[in-house]
Design a binder for this molecule. Structure first.
Ligand code: KG4
Ligand code: ZN
Length: 337
């Protein structure tokens, strides 16, 4: 079965084809970074307009280069939320129209489920059940995953998502958009001993996170210590160390609480090398296994949507023409299928 996946929830147009027998056939990604960089963040209307320009040419391109005709497709999956409504509508309208025209099923996919299943595109792939740490620009979620659609939320951020904290702190440090990767790069040259940032909400039980205090701590440190390049790098390092440490502490707790031995990291911040290293060390110390997608499938992409759509397709989880896109859509609302 061939499933076309369309991702347009934010600032990346991602298209992919997944074959349920042979695996990923191909994928395409168009990033809008250049469009939004001059504004210091994503401008929703510009995002929607650019998705309109790119989505059909990218679908044509992947079909041609995979030597496939659109009549060979068996289903079309699209990101139905959460995300920017205008941007989501572009993918949803194209997916539904194409599916209707080809008379094949259309499958709405939850963006975070896409991230969560992305490590399954790798070899070895994690088996259910596992603990998932989903860390993106809009979400910080610790989830117990028992099967497809069977997700129990164990913890989440009470304020900024971790990617958002990276982006806001990067902005304070005068780094461009997107800030996360730029801050991580700067942190490499920072002195790990100069500043120690707090590890928020680790002094009490529970699996929730809070990151907005770290950004304030960075701002205060910056105004006290000056904004020379060395101080900025040292702050970036202290910030990243605090985030990684906090994640490691919470994941260790969640593993003990659930008795799980497999950890999956996914979402844009999962591309962070220090975080991967910290969590790899944790899993080695508890004799468990860690799984993450290749770097390009940590951030938004079409492959994860094609894959999640294919899994739902196999399980009979089709959508309907009247399905609506959702800006907000708690992951726990999904049902086991
Ligand atoms: O999953 P994603 O591509 O989009 C959302 O669904 O939000 O995640 C984007 C987020 C941004 O906040 C970006 O700064 C962050 O992931 N990010 C990183 C790194 N690469 C991307 N944060 C820290 N270190 C990185 N290497
Ligand atoms: Zn995402």
């Amino acid at each position: 079965m061939l499933v076309l996946g369309i991702e347009t929830s934010c600032d990346e147009t991602g298209i992919a084809i997944y074959d349920t027998e042979k695996g990923l056939v191909g994928h395409r990604l168009h990033s809008q970074v250049e469009i939004h960089a001059q504004y210091g963040g994503v401008v929703p209307e510009l995002a929607s307009r650019d998705h309109i320009r790119k989505v059909i040419p990218l679908i044509d391109d992947i079909l041609i280069s995979s030597n496939l005709g659109k009549h060979q497709l068996d289903a079309i999956a699209y990101t139905a939320g959460p995300g920017l409504v205008g941007a989501l509508l572009v993918g949803a309208c194209v997916a539904k129209s194409l599916a209707w025209g080809l008379d094949i099923p259309c499958i709405p996919v939850h963006h975070m489920e896409g991230h969560l299943l992305a490590p399954m595109l790798e070899d070895p792939a994690p088996e259910f059940p596992f603990l998932a740490l989903l860390v993106s620009g809009g979400h910080t979620l610790l989830v117990e995953v028992k099967g497809l659609g069977d997700y129990t939320l164990l913890g989440s951020s009470v304020d900024d998502a971790v990617g958002e904290a990276f982006d806001k702190t990067a902005k304070l440090l005068g780094l461009g958009y997107p800030g996360g990767p730029a801050l991580a790069k700067l942190a490499e040259s920072g002195d790990e001993k100069r500043f120690t940032f707090p590890r928020p909400m680790t002094d009490r039980p529970g699996l929730d996170f809070s990151f907005s205090g770290l950004k304030t701590f960075a701002r205060n440190t910056l105004s006290k210590e000056g904004d020379d390049p060395k101080t900025k790098a040292d702050i970036a390092r202290a910030f990243e160390d605090a985030v990684v440490d906090t994640m490691v502490i919470k994941c260790r707790r969640a593993l003990i609480q659930t008795g799980l031995h497999r950890l999956v990291i996914a979402g844009g911040v999962g591309a962070n090398i220090a975080l991967r290293q910290g969590l790899s060390d944790l899993m080695t110390s508890v004799n468990g296994k860690i799984f993450y997608p290749r770097i390009e499938f940590c951030t938004d992409n079409g492959a994860m949507i094609a894959y999640a759509g294919a899994m739902r397709f196999k399980a009979g989880g089709f959508g309907e023409a009247k399905d609506v896109v959702r800006a907000r859509w708690p992951l726990e609302e999904l049902k086991a299928i």
